[in-house]
Design a protein around this ligand. Structure first.
Ligand code: HEC
Length: 223
């Protein structure tokens, strides 16, 4: 099914992004970045550097070399530089069309400091959210949220958990250990929808978040 293929392709591209950074501009080039590389790869402010063992099977536009016990410097798409400390050793050469998630987008899907969500009438937000959920113009690739998530499809079991909680995509592609629901909306905007994140504090984001809560309830009730 083409949607599924699309999604896989996008996710594959995302996972090929080799750069992991933290807001403090610690940017780590890790080759062979994947979900199983362990905790050190996160964008957790406290974990300022990657510690994983990235085994150099990395490919992508990024090239980087990370050295264990030491530091590493890497460059990706010429826009980021940084330092990594860890035990791993990695070297990767990038190949290809992968664009990955830029450090900028990784930051953009996180709640900004002092963030106050848009406050509105819940029923209105839900109604607006439902429209947006079905709106393909939100994405750059012709998908709507509903393309993947109609009738409770496309969610993993984590969706049953109270937010914030861990979500595989958030961890793997954005280095986030925990995500809030509105952050999850932003992640799906940026990754599968290949779009810019919504304005934090916007009615749209609040509406989609609120509607996602409805989705969550249906998802839980269906189990
Ligand atoms: C191309 C398919 C695709 C599209 C389009 C998509 N998503 Fe997702 N979404 C996923 C996948 C895959 C997951 C499961 C991620 C995981 O568990 O790692 C997911 C998970 C979620 C979750 C639940 C995460 C959890 O477990 O807590 C929410 C909420 C969500 N998406 C909202 C949205 C919204 C809102 C949109 C539209 C802005 C959207 N998604 C568009 C593929 C998609």
């Amino acid at each position: 099914m083409s949607t599924d293929k699309n999604r896989k392709e996008l996710l594959r591209k995302l996972s090929r992004n080799l750069m992991v950074s933290v807001p403090m501009m610690t940017v780590v080039a890790v080759a062979g970045f994947n979900a199983s590389s362990g905790p050190g790869l996160g964008l957790i402010p406290s974990a300022e550097a990657a510690q994983g063992e990235a085994e150099g099977e990395a490919k992508g536009e990024a090239e980087g070399a990370a050295k264990g016990e030491g530091e590493a410097e890497g460059r990706a798409e010429g826009e980021a530089e940084g330092r990594a400390e860890g035990e791993g050793e990695a070297e990767g050469k990038a190949e290809g069309e992968a664009e990955g998630v830029s450090a900028k987008l990784k930051k953009a899907v996180r709640r900004p400091e002092g963030y106050t969500p848009y406050q509105g009438n819940v029923a209105d937000l839900r109604a607006k959210g439902e429209k947006l959920f079905n709106d393909t113009s939100l994405s750059s690739n012709g998908l709507a949220c509903a393309t993947c998530h109609a009738n409770g499809a496309g969610y993993n079991a984590t969706f049953k958990n109270e937010y914030p909680h861990a979500v595989a995509m958030g961890k793997r592609d954005f280095g986030m250990d925990m995500v809030y629901l509105d952050e999850m909306v932003q992640i799906c905007m940026v990754a599968p929808m290949a779009a810019e994140p919504l304005e934090w504090g916007s009615e749209e984001l609040a509406a989609l978040t609120e509607y996602s809560r409805v989705q969550q309830k249906e998802f839980i009730d269906k189990q």
